[in-house]
Design a protein around this ligand. Sequence first.
Ligand code: PBG
Length: 333
Amino acid sequence: MHSDHALNFRHRPRRLRRTPALRDLVRETHLSAQDLIWPVFLCDGHDVVQDIPSMPGVQRLSIDRLIPAAQKAADLGIPAICLFPYTDPSLKTEACEEAWNPENLSNRAIRALKAAVPNLAVMTDIALDPYNANGHDGIVRDGHVVNDETVAALVRMALAQADAGADILGPSDMMDGRIGAIRDALEDAGHCDLTIMSYSAKYASGFYGPFRDAVGASGALKGDKKTYQMDPANRLEALRMIGRDLEEGADMVMVKPGLAYLDICREVKDTFGAPTYAYQVSGEYAMIEAAAANGWINGDTVMFESLQAFKRAGCDGILTYYAPKVAQMLAKG
Ligand code: PBG
């Protein structure tokens, strides 16, 4: 009589969803601590911990407070940390010289981390915004962000980070030609083994708002970043940017923001097969935290679900402010 049924009961997919053990057995993607890169905010001083109001649970740390936090992250199996400095406004200039000061906050933190937690990879950010009186990622002349002069500045910044001992350089500025220029300069300086994770497909996004508070760039920034960051409407352009950056010498590529751009992640992975990362940015974090604080969603469930989505979309890893929290939860099982 089975043929009379609309459903074919030879196939009951729910059989494999019945128990946690069966669900574990057929799970297609797995999130682990090894997938995570932890972005951290640095501030000057000693024994300083500053809350960031738009990112509840995230704090700016002075270097001495960062070290134990980084050690804990490494112990949990997190392979890399990514540094973002809050620069004193008095150090911001139009030429952004502080960006390549060997003794700037970020470079001091790299040295301290490599000395204290050598097995943790240290990633940097290469862009001028924390050091720029104009708040932009590039040098501003007559109201325009100038490309080639900015690239020259970024190269100096990259070399200072390389000399400080960084493991992964992360150009996030979206100037043209910066990957090739940085790669050539690294080779010339003997830093042939240094890896570059390019923020290749970085969109001009509203999701970066809380980050700009965290690094103190919101006040300085006039206008928007649409003349260098990508139009959120574009997909093929992202593929061209990824192809170009790999060609110019990037070892890994990134899509940013994350959740609203999962289609791009999948296509990048399928097209190039290169190590591909997504950045779950500050606004994504803030939205989850705000809804959870209101009791409107379960924050932990949504955190896991959103991170799992990046793995499902083909990403090799995720930059996320949740890294220590999720690694801790994964360790407990
Ligand atoms: C700066 C930079 C930004 C982020 C990482 N590097 C902000 C921007 O482009 O304005 C955003 C990260 C986040 O929102 O979490 N070049």
